[in-house]
Design a protein around this ligand. Structure first.
Ligand code: MN3
Length: 225
């Protein structure tokens, strides 16, 4: 229901993942799929407002600074996986900022004001199979985030039916590193949590589990099969 205000059509997400068309968030700042305060008390409205309106906006601006109209004939994901069509001197700026744009676009849509969701269907079954239980997966995800040194993201990705939980530096992600399809990513830059959780990253990630949009991720996972 919240997806409908978002520029991405959820029904298209699973279209052709092998052609990298599964999550094309384009080259513009997307609207948040809910109001700034909708994830309170887990994420405060001020953090959401700054995070979306300042940080994410800046990534979009810096990404577009180095993209030509010709570059934009490819999808964002194609460019993340192969940036060789972009001027060499601009590739680092592109990857840092386009990574930021993808990661945040995906982050917004994988959170929901409908709290305390759990994975369902095939995703729930496969998490149980591969991690032992949802709680074991959650523990591994949180530990990976707590141990990660510096700014970055923790991602759950899937590659050939195998899950992997991994920390990524700065704005890198599973497309840039070519390690599978992203399913769930948690922003562990301090700007994502410092106002409310200060230095307590563990408390932030643990609370953040309450707002994960498992309905969306479970549907996306089914579509990737
Ligand atoms: Mn961020």
């Amino acid at each position: 229901m919240y997806f409908k205000t978002y520029l991405i059509d959820i029904t298209k997400l699973a279209a052709k993942p092998e052609e990298n068309e599964d999550f094309d968030c384009g080259f513009e700042l997307p609207k948040l799929p809910y109001p700034f305060g909708a994830l309170e008390p887990v994420i405060d409205a001020t953090t959401m407002r700054l995070h979306h309106g300042k940080h994410h906006k800046k990534y979009v601006e810096k990404m577009n600074e180095v993209l030509t109209e010709n570059n934009k004939k490819k999808s964002l994901i194609e460019l993340l996986m192969d940036s060789s069509s972009i001027a060499k001197k601009s590739q680092e700026q592109f990857l840092n900022n386009a990574g930021g744009h993808f990661n945040h676009s995906y982050f917004w849509i994988t959170m929901s004001p409908e709290m305390n969701q759990k994975p369902s269907g095939k995703l729930a079954e496969d998490i149980d199979k591969q991690f032992g239980s949802f709680d074991k997966f959650k523990k591994e995800f949180i530990e990976t985030g707590v141990k990660h040194f510096g700014s970055g993201w923790v991602w759950l990705c899937v590659n050939d039916g195998k899950f992997k939980v991994q920390g990524f530096l700065n704005q890198s992600n599973p497309y840039i590193e070519k390690c599978g399809h992203p399913l769930l990513g948690c922003d562990i830059w301090e700007h994502a949590y410092y106002l409310k959780y200060q230095n307590n990253r563990e408390k932030y990630i643990t609370s953040w589990f309450k707002v994960i949009n498992w309905e969306f991720i479970s549907k996306r996972y089914e579509g990737l099969k």
